[in-house]
Design a protein around this ligand. Structure first.
Ligand SMILES: [Fe+2]
Length: 236
């Protein structure tokens, strides 16, 4: 036992594109409610950057160490961060987030994420401009472009990793209305009264990407841009 939240059920580390991996974990959010939650791992040489950390079991952590040394922990989603402190402590990693992008319960930031200051070489930072709280996305340009989001875009191909009650909730809340969905609760919490996030999403769509992965659901390999374009048309 340690002072950090315990590991929760998760799957295996899987390669997404060359040198980018993901793990589908989960998080307990209420009685009977466990929803899936993803972590992305980017490898550069022997160095790893984890985005939206998910604490793994001892076995999972051994697999992670087999990929490289965790040097950087990146927070892109305002509402995520349960395991950030654990990763920073466990791996003596540096913590990256947008300026004013953390909550009271999050660790102190070592490095501010900026367009010209990122832990991943050649990656591009996208910052939402019109949201109530700070939210980012990261673009990895290789293999046609991989867009990494947190709650702002979520592709729910299925409800694997969710408890039976959470599966019902996922359908009811509308996460599975279409591919590359904008999370309805996130949009509600992030949209200023009388405003819209359309401008941000249209800017997001200008990035060059073919694939995407959000912090919930599954990766969308190929056709991610057209799926997001349809989502934007249907949403705004
Ligand atoms: Fe989330």
């Amino acid at each position: 036992m340690d002072k950090f939240p315990s590991p929760q059920p998760h799957g295996k580390i899987q390669e997404l594109i060359q040198n980018v991996f993901w793990v589908q974990g989960s998080v307990h959010i209420g009685p009977g409610l466990r929803v899936c939650r993803n972590m992305v791992i980017v490898r550069q040489g022997t160095e790893l950057t984890v985005i939206s950390p998910v604490r793994l079991s001892d076995h999972g952590e051994k697999e992670l160490r087999g990929l490289g040394i965790v040097r950087h922990v990146v927070k892109i989603g305002y509402f995520h961060g349960l395991d950030d402190a654990y990763f920073i402590d466990r791996f003596d990693a540096s913590y990256w987030a947008l300026a004013n992008g953390t909550r009271e319960q999050d660790p102190d930031v070592d490095n501010e994420l900026k367009r010209e200051h990122l832990p991943i070489r050649d990656a591009e930072l996208f910052e939402f401009q019109d949201t109530i709280h700070k939210e980012a996305a990261i673009l990895i340009p290789s293999k046609g472009g991989l867009l990494i989001t947190c709650d702002s875009v979520q592709h729910w191909q299925n409800t694997a990793g969710c408890s039976p009650l959470a599966k019902l909730a996922v359908h009811k809340i509308g996460f599975r209305r279409r591919p590359a969905q904008i999370g309805p609760p996130w949009m509600k919490k992030m949209t200023p009264k009388g405003s819209t996030l359309q401008r941000d999403y249209e800017r997001l769509l200008q990035l060059k990407f073919t694939h995407l992965i959000g912090a919930h659901g599954q990766p969308l390999i190929h056709n991610a841009k057209s799926a997001l374009s349809e989502t934007i048309d249907a949403t705004f």
